[in-house]
Design a protein around this ligand. Structure first.
Ligand code: ZN
Length: 419
């Protein structure tokens, strides 16, 4: 690694690029104007935080790294079991079921002997640990913090999800991680505006206040970086979101609908198991039930809640695996109509046994809607000239861009370093 060079990544969870305006988010708007703005940046599918975290850390799509959503179905003792990826024990169950965690190395692994990585995250434990599931660097999270080798840290992150916790975490990140410890890669993942928006309307006063709060956290990081590296030669600063959100138009109970239409014997039956992912669903099949997939695709295409259905080779086109028990992906129907606060983008959404957030009128993500698939992505330093780019860009391009700046190989990554 080139000495002195570092990268700092700050993520405002769920903040759509369209909602970065000078009045609500002045620091981000200034970074967009003065830095490199990848205006065509897109998320991954499903557009959930945990999938996005794994894709950012590995520079790969879900088919390659193997983490397929906020909920996933694992084969445990022959049974298809659906699990929340957010739970602290998920990675251990994934390791037991498949022999490993992520199938591709993370940036923390690649930097383990190249200056190291420190992650501070205030989202779900699952999303935080997916930054570094095998303990190559340091991950700080309120559910437990770990250092290299997975060793539990005594100086953990005693905060709550939400704005106050984000603020305390940002203070500590700037003071301790950026100024004192100075790792090759420092990642700060804020819980807002995502945490609040799952329970309020997009564009409401509560939501705008959380965008302003996230903006203030980014501003603190940016000022710290600028003080440490006024010329922008040594520190590459990436400010981004993992995905945006859509307003929930209505919620459906896909398990119940599949039972009613005869595709499942009961909610608990195993011929087809639904993994709900907000505005998308991934359907896993028992081996003996896979013959039913083409007919189920046709049935789904006739339903008024369906946006797009992917099966067979079409799964590969959206970055999902064509092997294993996954048989079908469903992106729920969305449109561009505005909510009462004038924020465009509405989607049908799924009820989930793992979460009762995001009622009708509030915000959700997971699907392929224009607004949930449109994160912001601004870079400062790293030799990138300022200005707007219209070229395609994706979450998976962030890690190769960081590694290029650090002069560390990005071999095997599917993303490309941004120019
Ligand atoms: Zn997220």
């Amino acid at each position: 690694m080139r000495s002195g060079r570092r990268a700092v990544v700050v993520v405002c969870d769920s903040l759509c690029a369209d909602l970065v305006t000078p009045d609500v988010a002045p620091a981000l708007a200034e970074m967009r104007a003065q830095g490199a703005d990848f205006a065509s940046a897109r998320g991954v599918f499903p557009s959930t935080t945990r999938t996005s975290s794994a894709s950012m850390a590995t520079g790969c799509l879900p088919a390659a790294h193997g983490l397929l959503g906020n909920t996933m179905v694992l084969r445990e003792q022959g049974a298809l079991v659906r699990l929340s990826v957010g739970k602290p024990d998920f990675l251990e169950r994934l390791r037991r079921a498949t022999g490993r965690t992520l199938r591709r190395p993370t940036w923390a692994e690649r930097l383990a002997r190249q200056g190291g990585a420190i992650v501070m995250s205030n989202v779900s434990p699952g999303a935080a640990y997916l930054q570094d599931p095998d303990g190559f660097g340091h991950v700080y999270h309120r559910a437990g913090s770990r250092g290299p080798g997975g060793v539990a840290l005594t100086d953990g992150l005693a905060i709550e999800v939400g704005a106050a916790g984000d603020r305390a975490m940002t203070d500590r990140f700037c003071r301790e991680v950026l100024r004192e410890r100075a790792p090759a890669l420092a990642v700060l993942w804020l819980s807002e505006p995502d945490h609040t928006a799952h329970g309020v309307a997009l564009g409401s006063g509560e939501h705008l206040a959380m965008i302003a709060h996230a903006d203030a956290c980014v501003d603190q990081v940016r000022r710290t970086v600028e003080a440490l590296d006024p010329a922008g030669d040594e520190i590459l600063l990436v400010a981004c979101s993992d995905h945006g959100m859509e307003t929930v138009e209505r919620k459906i109970d896909l398990d119940a609908l599949l039972v009613e239409a005869g595709w499942k014997r009961s909610r608990e039956s195993q011929e087809v198991v639904v993994a709900p992912n907000g505005n998308a669903a991934l359907l896993y099949f028992a081996d003996e039930a896979r013959d039913a997939i083409p007919a189920l695709v046709r049935w789904l295409q006739d339903q008024d809640f369906t946006g797009r259905v992917f099966a067979g080779q079409a799964l590969a086109e959206i970055g999902l695996p064509t092997e294993g028990p996954l048989g079908l992906a469903l992106a729920l129907r969305h449109d561009a109509s505005a909510n009462p606060h004038g924020v465009p983008g509405r989607s049908v959404s799924l009820l989930s046994p793992f979460s009762d957030s995001s009622p009708v009128g509030c915000a959700q993500h997971g699907g392929l809607g224009e607004h949930e698939q449109h994160p912001f992505l601004y870079l400062r330093g790293g030799g990138l000239r300022p200005g707007e780019r219209r070229q395609p860009a994706s979450l998976i391009d962030i890690a190769p861009t960081v590694l290029r700046h650090l002069d560390v190989a990005a071999d095997g990554m599917q993303g490309r370093a941004l120019q």
